[in-house]
Design a protein around this ligand. Structure first.
Ligand SMILES: NC(=O)N[C@@H](CC(=O)O)C(=O)O
Ligand SMILES: [Zn+2]
Ligand SMILES: [Zn+2]
Length: 349
């Protein structure tokens, strides 16, 4: 049995840091494990301009733990007013690495998103031209479509037509959850990649109802059937370079999840790499973790791979019941349970 795993320092290609005191409480978890992270722009108001992204970036840098060299990679929230000029400005900034599409109403803080891409075609064309990646929350918002089918429907209704129209657009299908999405990405060109979360590799939709309703297992896109979990696990361990680590760690205060209408989002930053190690090991593919966590993402984003390493050791530890989250608490994935992989302290490269 492997007792220790050392890999090139990884990055998180899909992360929610929130802002202010909330951000200050969670950032250290990510900065411990990851050199960089693609920071999602779904704040209120959204991070929709290069200027807002610069200010958000400064707040993140100021909130880093002492001595941390963590680098936030910023994104712009796609609104109906994004212009081709702003796309060029983003590309030239050097710190904005993508534009994120939230279909209006699809997920947390998506109200400011667009409902259809027709109105923003000039901006998308410019992104294809300058090579700025387009990150997609891939779910239709049509209430007539079953919530478990919204990702598959999105492929047919939005993703396929989009890539027909802009075949060179560099697209990341974020937090994929279905066999259909994994197959779509595998069959697409090199300009299409995908992030996969730990929860979608470790759990199926039964985890939402284990002994009662489980709000801390609720995220969007919602957990799917076991066949989909298996397909995702097969895809990320297949050796394909199109899949990369994106935790979608999405902290919400405990009281906003344990309520009649609970928020969507799972907090996983406290043990992200260990969760992935557990998933890869479950199919005997720990040797594939490094490419997924540390190589495929930077290669897709055309950024250098990190130097330095991190080491996971096989050591049982118990996840706390909660962590501080501003003046509130956040309940982490596997709260109160024992994990078998632990990050060795003090070895960031
Ligand atoms: N994944 C989630 O369930 N929630 C995310 C938003 C998102 O990534 O869709 C959040 O910001 O809370
Ligand atoms: Zn999303
Ligand atoms: Zn997300």
């Amino acid at each position: 049995m492997t007792t220790q795993l050392t890999i090139t320092r990884p990055d998180d290609w899909h992360l929610h840091l929130r802002d202010g005191d909330l951000m200050a409480s969670v950032l250290a978890h990510t900065a411990r494990e990851f050199a960089r992270a693609i920071v999602m722009p779904n704040l209120k108001p959204p991070v929709s301009t290069v200027e807002l992204a610069a200010a958000y970036r400064d707040r993140i840098l100021a909130a880093r733990p002492a001595g941390s060299d963590f680098t936030p990679l910023m994104t712009l929230y796609l609104t109906g007013t994004l212009t081709p000029e702003e796309v060029v400005k983003a590309k030239d900034s050097g710190f904005v690495h993508a534009v994120k599409f939230y279909p209006a109403g699809a997920t947390t803080n998506s109200e400011a998103g667009v409902s259809a891409l027709d109105g923003v075609m000039p901006a998308l064309e410019k992104m294809a031209e300058v090579g700025l990646p387009f990150l997609v929350h891939g779910e239709v918002t049509d209430s007539a479509v079953d919530v478990f089918d919204r990702e598959a429907a999105f492929i047919d209704r939005v993703m396929t037509p989009l890539l027909q129209r802009l075949p060179d657009l560099r697209v990341v299908f974020e937090h994929i959850t279905t066999r259909q999405a994994a197959e779509f990405v595998l069959a697409a060109g090199d300009n299409v990649g995908a992030t996969v979360t730990p929860q979608h590799l470790l759990m199926n939709r039964n985890a939402l109802f284990q002994g009662g309703i489980r709000p801390h297992h609720y995220c969007l896109p919602v957990l799917k059937r076991e066949e989909h979990r298996k397909a995702l696990l097969a895809a990320v361990t297949s050796g394909s370079t199109k899949f990369f680590l994106g935790t979608d760690s999405a902290p919400h205060a405990q009281h906003t999840k344990e309520t009649a209408c609970g928020c969507a989002g799972i907090y996983s930053a406290h043990a992200a790499l260990g969760f992935y190690a557990e998933a890869f090991e479950s199919v005997g593919k720990l040797d594939q973790l490094e490419a997924f966590a540390s190589f495929n993402g930077p290669d897709f984003y055309r950024l250098p791979r990190n130097s330095g390493t991190v080491t996971l050791v096989r050591e049982d530890w118990t996840v706390p019941a909660s962590y501080p989250f501003g003046e509130h608490a956040v309940v982490p994935l596997r709260a109160g349970e024992t994990l078998g992989w632990k990050l060795r302290d003090g070895q960031a490269g």
